[in-house]
Design a protein around this ligand. Structure first.
Ligand SMILES: [Zn+2]
Length: 334
């Protein structure tokens, strides 16, 4: 897979949608646009093909921003998956797990992107994503220096620090420029697209990240401390019913727990068919150790919280919950 570099935006771009963008260019295309300040802002779009807010925000922003106050490098990741409305192709890689080197065509393409960004002295990088569940808009960072926190804080006061997975785009870019990942709500959420469009306008007009005033008391920095995993074989529903025929019956408003404190004693799920020693869900810490008893216990037909915790990315999408995780556990970064 060769990296394709264009020095102009194809005219048809403005009438494109994520599903027909692949007609204009293939996976892994960089578009370099000249602006007043020379060190470019790198925008990473559609690494996950079904997370379309990045595409619409960049399109809106480019329509309205002329001339550009700073040069831009646009990267469109998995446009083939986007054409099918998929996060990634069934047998293809996750485009946000290809940035730590390797021999696959996609990993080599990512390495070329990194080399290009380094040799063009990229000023900062913004990788844009969506969540499957209801979450507030938040930013993720991999370094805690002032510039990184400043770039994140312009998007949200909720900031999540993570160091894994190490193959993520923002981690690779954080080695040589200021780098953030933005989580812009559900895919195509119009409020998220609007927020992202205004954010891009604001960042592009900055001379330096030093200009951004930081109010520590207004920021909520978190770090991930673990994940809640769901065993593949279990039946799940969201009716919160004692008479359900499922193994686990979560409350319908489960996703409203995102970024909120879940208190000790809360019934996290009903276990209508409680069968004794069955494993209903598993909590693993960052080292992969099973720490489930710290957070949950079974009391009669209920799964009860035994220690306060804060979840993020809780999802009611059962496929995502089983393949990846039901939620991340986060804690205030001290
Ligand atoms: Zn994503």
């Amino acid at each position: 897979m060769n990296l394709r570099i264009l020095n102009h935006l194809p005219v048809d771009f403005f009438t494109c949608t994520p599903t027909n963008l692949s007609r204009l260019f293939p996976n892994g295309t960089l578009i370099c646009l000249e602006g007043k300040r020379k060190n470019p802002l790198f925008l990473s779009c559609l690494l996950h093909g079904n997370e379309t807010s990045s595409f619409y925000a960049v399109l809106n922003f480019l329509k309205n921003t002329k001339p550009l106050p700073r040069s831009l490098v646009l990267f469109f990741g998995n446009v083939t998956a986007a054409s099918k409305g998929l996060r990634q192709l069934p047998n293809g890689p996750d485009f946000n797990r290809i940035w730590a080197g390797g021999k696959t065509p996609e990993e080599q393409m990512a390495a070329e992107v990194i080399n290009f960004a380094k040799s063009n002295h990229v000023w900062a990088s913004i990788d844009m994503h969506n969540n499957t569940g209801d979450n507030p808009y938040y930013a993720c960072i991999n370094k805690r220096d002032r510039a990184t926190v400043a770039l994140a804080s312009l998007f949200s006061d909720k900031i999540l620090f993570f160091e894994k997975p190490h193959q993520a785009q923002s981690i690779a870019f954080s080695q040589f420029c200021t780098s953030v990942t933005l989580e812009c709500g559900k895919s195509g959420d119009q409020i998220g697209v609007g927020l992202l469009t205004r954010y891009l306008e604001k960042v592009l007009s900055l001379d330096s990240l030093e200009q951004v005033a930081l109010r520590d008391d207004k920021l909520s920095p978190f770090q991930t401390v673990g994940r809640i995993l769901l065993p593949q074989g279990l039946e799940i529903d969201f009716n919160f019913s004692d008479s359900s025929t499922s193994d686990l019956s979560f409350p319908p408003e489960l996703e409203q727990f995102n970024f909120e404190r879940v208190k000790k004693g809360t019934i996290f799920a009903k276990l209508p068919r409680a069968l004794g020693h069955q494993c209903y869900l598993q909590v693993v810490d960052n080292l992969g150790q099973n720490v489930t008893p710290k957070y949950f216990c079974q009391k009669q037909n209920n799964l009860v919280v035994t220690e306060d915790f804060t979840p993020a990315m809780l999802t009611k999408d059962i496929r995502v919950a089983k393949d990846d995780c039901l939620a991340y556990l986060i804690e205030n970064l001290s």
